[in-house]
Design a binder for this molecule. Sequence first.
Ligand SMILES: NC(=O)c1ccc[n+]([C@@H]2O[C@H](COP(=O)([O-])OP(=O)(O)OC[C@H]3O[C@@H](n4cnc5c(N)ncnc54)[C@H](O)[C@@H]3O)[C@@H](O)[C@H]2O)c1
Length: 334
Amino acid sequence: MTYNDIDFNKKTILITGGAGFIGSNLAFYFQKNYPNSNIVVFDCFRSEDTFSNNNLKSFGHYKNLIGFNGTVLCGNINNKLDLKMLDDFKFDYIFHQAAISDTRVYDQETIIKTNVNSFYDLLKKSKKDKSVMIYASSAATYGSLPSPQTVGSENPENPYGYSKLLMDKIANRYINENPNSILVGLRFFNVYGPREFYKESTSSMVVQLGHQILSGKAPRLFNGSDKILRDFIFIEDVIQANIKSCQPVKSGIYNIGTGKPRSFQEIADILQKELGTNFPTQYFENPYSGYQTHTQANIISTKKNLGFNANFSLEKGINSYIAEIKRLYFEEII
Ligand SMILES: NC(=O)c1ccc[n+]([C@@H]2O[C@H](COP(=O)([O-])OP(=O)(O)OC[C@H]3O[C@@H](n4cnc5c(N)ncnc54)[C@H](O)[C@@H]3O)[C@@H](O)[C@H]2O)c1
């Protein structure tokens, strides 16, 4: 499926973080729809290093790229020598997804270095190549501000959200100073869908609950989960947003969500319907303070300036995803 009339064939496209969830889906989107595009994935993949929360330092995984025929470069966006590998290319489009994506990492130095300093380097490359650049920001820039979360009013409550807000400020400055360039930041809300599995405990509750249910266990949710609402967005809509951002009415920062918040209880209920089970949900105390209880993307400017409109309701997204959730369970878990 194509989302606009740009012909990406013969274009050279960089996807940083291309071994991760969103980046690998972008890589396959271009490979499938524009077989003559020249796609370059740049990612440090994963080592065995972990943060103090015991999560891996990066979640890229070769399995996300099996079947991908473009160029794969293993490099770290923090390393200037690794970035030099990109000098061999002149990019028409840059999709910058690489980041420490774990919202529960508190090593401020590493997060800000990785997510922010590298952005300057990639902007320099984009300016030199005159590329269109789309990068991943996040709804974490809003912290627990009331819904609907709207660009221009932010209050990050973790180093990750702060790093993304810094990127947005850099982008706004860049857009002002380079009015003829195309630079778009996308504040993704809660993304779910195929190729997120290797994010392990940071993957969406859709896949985690799906696997709990498949293992014969009741879904486990925080107390009051019917009143904890999030704006869940299916990966195909996130791809749509990235593609439409290549031809924006104007550069800027945009929310990417459905605009229709849904509860964690609804996720468990839809999954049980899809999987043909009827376990009573088990509830437990939420251990986190400062937990967001309601997110809803304000997508007025996204619709107007990107022409974006989510095609997938939570029901439709889970229905499209369920076969993959089952495959993962039977091939990767048991
Ligand atoms: N998935 C979501 O719900 C969501 C929501 C908001 C924002 N985002 C943002 O979208 C982008 C993609 O997220 P994702 O869900 O695909 O996460 P992900 O962790 O699967 O992908 C990020 C990729 O970046 C790579 N990476 C990390 N550090 C790197 C480094 N120093 N050098 C090179 N590569 C590095 C990882 O190996 C990984 O493949 C991220 O910037 C993330 O912050 C995602």
